[in-house]
Design a protein. Sequence first.
Length: 152
Amino acid sequence: MMTVFKSVEELTAAVGRDLGATPWETIEQSRIDAFAEATGDHQWIHVDPSRAREGPFGCTIAHGYLTLSLSSLFLPQLMRVEMSGMGINYGLDRVRFPAPVRVGSRIRGRGEILSVTPVAGGVQVVVRVTIEIEGSERPGCVADTISRFMVG
């Protein structure tokens, strides 16, 4: 369920708040292959199902950076900032990949607002996005995303 913020005060009051989880998304081999094409990372653990069956994970796995990039899919499903004239991705802090995301896995994003800091023209918001893997105790990725929302 998406949380809508209509003011800086609402965002600031939400620090420490769990934003809930997104719907599940299945990681298909076609998505992994498309990411390999886009980035040039064709390592066999990602793109060779036959060889990967004999490898350490028993199947192909999503690239860590593919898993991380899906925070851009999940974050807008978790929250919307309406008082902003423009929002930008400002970067990331502390990114980890605790567990591999196997092909066919279902993943979802869970968010928590860590901080809201005033910046020139708006606010900087740090949201921890945890990419959960269905049936796994460990997530596929945990990243502190940094966004700037310009008030306008």
